[in-house]
Design a binder for this molecule. Structure first.
Ligand code: G16
Length: 542
């Protein structure tokens, strides 16, 4: 059978649902019943990525992360373990919007030709390999089967199904497997993570004491991973919360809930002090704790970025290593964190880009070592091969703890994608290094300006157009002026609005000198959004 007939026949089993599908902030994401045909086309595109790299594995992760249970989504993992290159997103969109098999085959052929992969259309000997992972949502199994159907329509394509894994685990096996030219197992991920963590926390390997931690798994896929990793983490005494009740996925728990609502996750007894919250697919982490005065404290992505930045800068200096260190944030970064970073780094090494880890990751790679975090806890540390080599060279004849720590930090961090588990383990070890508790960490570097994040449904969120760093609205006309006037009425007032890339809402951010002012500013901006952007629900009362 010709390739054309194979694709047409197989695509018939995955009927296209009319719509206009976009590869958004985090891939394709929507109500799960709309995704069947899209998954099939993603299988094809992942094959093209692998083909473009002589059969190195690409990856497909099925998850909708922080979204509600009825949603699902898919992200394509590049052969280097990072996200799909942005210049390929238009190809993903083109395939996903093909309304029948003939159109899909034509689109596939055009993309193959345009990307120099014409041989995939005729030659059956070129190797193609795709790794697949999925979260625990009820719709994920069938959607994963649709991806596999897409892959199977190419006669020589092979795939390996890793089953239920976190998003960062799938990125890790793609990255490390291709780098070392062997297929990695998820067991390798556990061993490597636990080994580097134990050396980072306890370089002399003499400790017998265990740090107590509570981990809120958002009832997402991180629960299963933490359960398997836990026996390897001998220096931690871990209690898992919200581990696997799918009916409560991301509901009242998890990083998104804790960061946006400024509340402890459900099932956490605050007399225990501190809780680490993962999001639904374990690529984000925030920490909440009870302050000495009894109030709620949040340690978000900005706090993690500044902690990691400080640690790396100091250990590089201590080990006499030179490094161009940069930190990348988004408009959501608390103004106080940006001010602090600009005071300790060259201000041009503190960048602000649009929301979406793909933008931060890309920018971070401009630096030898790039620390990037969204305030919502999504982030990691990237480093060049040269920077990693200089760390390896400097720590070859390991003679002191700081050398072991520096090396272990770079071994633990997952440089290809934000990994909530590696990030929180690194936080635990770095805090131990400084001898800080969570509250000391919170107050030591800078104190957050009070801020509020909220959202509103409007008639069409796409009418909102912003500047590339999302700090200002450029359309509709006059909206930005009104926003600035409202913000100027508050001490240290700053606010912005942007259309979400993962939900059908406009997001609102506001910060000001006091909590009261931040809330009031957010309330005023919500009203402006409601009035000027045709809100379709009443603004929440903050
Ligand atoms: C995704 C993206 C993040 C982004 C978040 C919210 O996270 O990967 O970079 O911050 O959505 O995006 P938006 O405000 O555009 O809806 P996740 O964890 O849901 O994959």
């Amino acid at each position: 059978m010709s390739l054309e007939s194979r694709i047409i026949e197989a695509y018939e089993r995955h009927p296209f649902k009319p719509g206009k599908y976009e590869y958004g902030t985090a891939g394709f994401r929507m109500k799960s019943h709309l995704l069947d045909s899209i998954m099939f086309t993603v299988g094809l595109l992942a094959c093209l990525r692998s083909h473009a790299d002589n059969g190195k594995a690409s990856g497909v992760m099925i998850t909708a992360s922080h979204n509600p249970i009825e949603d699902n989504g898919v992200k394509i993992v590049n052969q280097d373990g990072e996200m799909l290159p942005q210049e390929w997103e238009k190809y993903a969109i083109k395939l996903a919007n093909s309304s029948n098999g003939k159109e899909l085959f034509e689109a596939f052929s055009e993309v193959a030709k345009e990307t120099g992969n014409e041989a995939i259309l005729t030659d059956k000997s070129n190797p193609i390999l795709v790794y697949i992972g999925k979260d625990t949502r009820p719709s994920s199994e069938a959607l994963s089967a649709s991806v596999i159907d897409g892959i199977k329509s190419l006669p020589n394509a092979k795939f390996f199904d890793f089953g239920v894994v976190t998003t960062p685990q799938l990125h890790w096996v793609v990255w490390r497997g291709n780098e070392e030219n062997v297929q990695k197992t998820i067991e390798n991920y556990y061993e490597s993570t636990a080994r580097s963590f134990s050396r980072l926390l306890d370089p002399s390997q003499k400790s017998t004491s265990r740090r107590q931690v509570f981990v809120d798994c958002a009832n997402g896929v991180g629960g299963a991973t933490m359960r398997k990793l836990e026996p390897h983490l001998k220096l931690l005494d871990i209690t898992l919360l919200n581990e696997s009740d799918l009916s409560l996925l991301n509901a009242g728990c998890g990083a998104e809930f804790v960061q946006k609502s400024r509340k402890f996750p459900s099932n956490f007894d605050k007399s225990n002090g501190t809780v680490i919250s993962l999001d639904g697919d374990a690529d984000r982490v925030v920490i909440s704790y009870k302050k000495k005065d009894g109030s709620f404290g949040l340690l978000d992505g900005d706090k993690i970025a500044t902690l990691f930045g400080k640690f790396v800068a100091e250990l590089f200096t201590k080990n006499k290593l030179d490094c161009n260190l940069g930190v990348v944030q988004t408009a959501y970064a608390n103004g106080a964190s940006t001010k602090y970073l600009k005071s300790v780094l060259n201000p041009s090494n503190v960048a602000c880009v649009a929301t979406g880890v793909k933008h931060l990751h890309h920018k971070a790679k401009d630096f030898d070592v790039g620390v990037y975090f969204e305030a919502n806890g999504h982030g990691t540390v990237t480093f060049t091969r040269e920077a990693f080599k200089s760390v390896q060279d400097a720590t070859q004849n390991v003679s002191d703890d700081s050398q072991i720590r520096l090396r272990s930090f770079f071994d633990l961090i997952n440089p290809v994608v934000g990994d909530a588990i590696c990030d929180f383990l690194a936080v635990e070890a770095v805090l131990d290094y400084y001898g800080w508790d969570y509250e000391t960490w919170d107050n030591e570097l800078y104190v957050d300006l009070p801020s509020v994040q909220t959202k509103l449904k409007v008639k069409d969120r796409r009418v909102v157009v912003t500047t590339s760093d999302e700090t200002k609205v450029t359309s509709p006309d006059g909206f930005q002026n009104k926003l600035e006037k409202i913000s100027a009425a508050y001490n240290k007032g700053r606010s912005f609005v942007r259309p979400s890339g993962t939900e059908d809402v406009v997001r609102v951010y506001a910060e000001a000198e006091t909590e009261q002012e931040a809330k009031s500013l957010a309330q005023d901006v919500l009203k402006l959004v409601y009035d000027d952007l045709q809100g379709t629900e009443q603004p929440p009362t903050l």
